[in-house]
Write a protein that binds this ligand. Structure first.
Ligand code: ADP
Ligand code: MG
Length: 703
């Protein structure tokens, strides 16, 4: 049993919160920081020095010896370079720990080893990290000792973004500015800022570390590249929301403690659909902080798993034939005077501001469905999106019955007079209350679903940063708001103009609404008829970043320059090629040095048995038959292995870039699949003690 914890006491104990700043900073300095947090601007050098000292003192009181600028390069994970607070000792040999404002505000890691997609030649490798004042500093406690982490943005010498945070912050500002124009139109003169809020539900698998590490594929690729299905999968639906087993419970408890200390509001935890699959979700917060916190969630899951002899797999599809993992990105937009623009109220049909916002989002998602799809793509997610389990690769919006009906009425008549009621859910038990049903049911197959007062973008991959999806979402909605505001601000009769605009947008973009089953084959056909893009893979999605439409969008709102977009495209192609290459090499190695030898060993055993049975004068038909089947399959596997080796060699010989990435996608990936099939069949033919690695049954059912 675990000890009692005082959650209120430990919560954010390792965060340099606004409250701590208020306590520790002179009034004037605190005011200056707060103002910049709320309204933007630059910190004076004096204030920076004062804050740095206070931050260092707090960190040292908490045992920190080092600090790091904590940033999010295009690798999708975080980077840190630790520096001690140590300074040069004086002549007596005494040393005083110091941390200056300059060190707080600006760092200069050698940027040449981070992907930049050609933005920065190695000879001008300068890259700068700058403090993101809107995300609080925190102390990370790992084996290296407590380290003060300062969330930072990462840019090149010439100011190009080299990370996931810079464009996100730019997109949040753009969205705020345009959303303010919208609320002003409706007479809200108070609000100064609109913030995108995000709550990210994180799925993951938990397996025994010792067993996991006996598999090279888990070690190098983060997923299984071979593996026959266990006799049991998820067909009984007995894992989802099931009782959490003790070993997993102990892990979750520790994860929560660590997250709470870091100020992450870890709130919900449960078993997911697949065996060994789980989920954790914090309470939503500002998109920027949510992105940082999601990185901390992923890091913490992995680290704490290690303490429990477990391995946390964040890959989108660690095991074939059971569900993969995603990250539901719940997104809403709220004014600083507390109005959620996605709150429909009791009568959404009368709520003109809400309907305008909804119309703009329909327009944004329809116009840029390709970009949204791209923002949720990574190498692992290719195994999941469109796999008839996770949301399909086709982007559409689910509104639920009630709102869809409102949209239909508006499109048909320009008015929405009636509202479908949610109705009462009768429990049929007199001691249980009857519930008023939500007017929207849930549709788990939709990639972009309206869920009450937020949109849930479900395509995002479990291992990915949520930086890109939120940057894209903010950007496309900012654009739609901007166009609407341009027209409405100029309108002579606002009432008339807003009605016309809602009707126009909803009519034009109604095709993006889909309330049916997103996994069905018919939807693919229907979506094609509607002209909605269906981009099946990560590499095919890269081009969406550099279309004239995308460049115009991102440049207009200062989120990406065209050069930055091209650089990101390059990084994506490189990342794809490198990742698939690692997977292919891992398969080749496992097949060559482990699997085929094991099969041959067992074939030898069968051959001996066959001969012995013959010598004994009894029938050896069964073992002879098994042997023949085994060697046939072995030959098939060997042939597939040779083909994969050839494809892989050809791919490696190519010049890095788009063509190479496509070669990996079109030649190497199918060759990998072709090798997996006979190997998985062999696994079911070979006596278990000869199989050289833990199986799906060992991994998925024994934690
Ligand atoms: P589910 O039932 O889909 O698991 P929940 O309603 O529990 O979803 O919420 C999932 C996530 O959505 C949580 O992180 C929650 O904090 C977040 N969330 C709730 N309301 C909002 C909102 N208005 N904006 C953004 N995220 C929200
Ligand atoms: Mg959800």
């Amino acid at each position: 049993m675990s000890e009692m914890v005082n959650v209120e006491e430990i919560f954010a104990s390792k965060v340099f919160t606004l409250g701590k700043m208020k306590e520790r900073l002179p009034k004037g300095t605190f005011k200056e920081v707060k103002k910049i947090m709320d309204e933007g601007g630059e910190l004076s050098k004096e204030a920076a020095d004062v804050i740095a000292k206070a931050m260092k003192d707090w960190a040292v009181e908490n045992g920190a010896t080092h600090y790091t600028h904590w940033f999010q390069p295009l690798t999708g994970i975080t980077a840190e370079k630790h520096d001690a607070f140590v300074t040069h000792p004086d002549e007596t040999g005494k040393m005083i720990m110091e941390f200056s404002g300059k060190e707080l505000i600006k760092g200069e890691p050698d940027a040449s080893s981070f992907p930049s997609g050609g933005l920065r030649a190695t000879f001008e490798a300068r890259g700068y990290t700058t403090w993101d004042i809107t995300s609080p500093a925190f102390i990370k406690e790992t084996a290296t000792g407590p380290t003060l982490c300062i969330p930072t943005a990462f840019c090149s010498y010439t100011g190009e973004a080299l990370d996931k945070k810079t464009p996100l912050l730019r997109s949040m500002e753009a969205l705020s500015k345009q959303a303010i124009r919208i609320v002003r139109l409706f007479g809200n003169t108070e609000a100064k800022k609109v913030t995108a809020s995000v709550g990210a539900e994180q799925e993951y698998f938990l397996v025994d570390a010792k067993k996991a590490l006996q598999r090279e594929d888990i070690l190098f690729a983060g997923r299984t590249l071979f593996g026959a299905p266990a006799p049991k999968g998820q067909e009984m639906d007995d894992h989802y929301f099931g009782v959490i087993r003790e070993r997993v419970g102990g892990f979750m408890h520790d994860v929560n403690l660590e997250l709470w200390k870091l100020g992450v509001t870890s709130k919900t935890q449960h078993n997911e659909a697949a065996p060994a699959q789980h989920e954790v979700a914090p309470i939503y917060e500002s998109a920027n902080v949510a992105v940082d916190h999601n990185q901390l969630v992923m890091e913490t899951l992995k680290r704490v798993a290690g303490y429990h002899g477990l391995r946390c797999m964040l890959h989108e599809k660690p095991f074939a034939r059971v569900n993969g993992s995603g990250k539901h990105n719940n997104w809403s937009i709220t004014t600083d005077n507390g109005i959620n623009l996605l709150e429909p109220g009791q009568t959404p049909n009368d709520n003109i501001q809400f309907l305008l916002v909804l119309a703009c989002i329909m327009k944004a998602v329809d116009t840029h469905a390709d970009l949204l799809r791209q923002s949720a793509s990574n190498v692992g997610n290719d195994q999941r999106l469109g796999g008839y389990e996770a949301p399909p690769a086709i982007i559409s919006i689910f509104l639920g019955e009630q709102l869809e009906d409102v949209v239909n009425q508006l499109v048909e008549t320009g008015k929405a007079d009636s509202l479908k009621e949610g109705g009462v859910l009768r429990t049929g038990v007199s001691t249980l209350p009857d519930f008023v049903k939500d007017a929207t049911d849930r549709n788990r197959t939709s990639p972009f679903a309206f869920t009450g007062n937020k949109f849930e973008f479900r395509s995002v991959g479990s291992s990915d940063s949520i930086g890109s999806p939120n940057t894209t979402l903010n950007a496309i909605v900012a654009e739609a708001f901007c166009e609407a505001a341009d027209r409405l601000e100029a309108a002579e009769d606002f009432e008339l103009a807003v009605h016309d605009l809602i009707k126009e947008y909803m009519t034009k973009h109604q095709r993006i609404i889909f309330n049916g089953n997103g996994y069905a084959k018919e939807w693919e056909e229907e979506a094609a008829r509607r002209g909605l893009p269906n981009i099946p893979s990560m590499v095919e999605a890269v081009d969406t970043l550099t279309t004239p439409k995308a460049v115009q969008l991102f440049e207009k709102f200062g989120i990406f320059t065209e050069a930055e977009l091209h650089s990101r495209a390059e990084v994506l192609y490189e990342t794809y090629a490198k990742s698939v290459n690692i997977e292919a090499l891992t398969m080749i190695d496992m097949a060559t040095t482990q699997i085929l030898p094991a099969v041959m060993e067992y074939a030898g055993v069968l051959a001996d048995t066959t001969l012995k049975l013959k010598d004994a004068g009894v029938s050896n038909a069964v073992s002879a038959k098994m042997l023949a089947m085994l060697t046939d399959k072995l030959a098939e596997a060997e042939d597939a292995l040779s083909k994969l080796q050839e494809a892989e060699a050809n791919a490696t010989a190519m010049k890095q870039g788009k063509d190479q990435a496509f070669f990996y996608y079109r030649q190497v990936v199918p060759a990998m699949r072709a090798l997996r099939t006979p190997v998985d069949e062999l696994e079911q033919m070979v006596e278990k003690k000869y199989w050289p690695m833990p199986t799906y049954a060992d991994l998925l059912f024994e934690v």
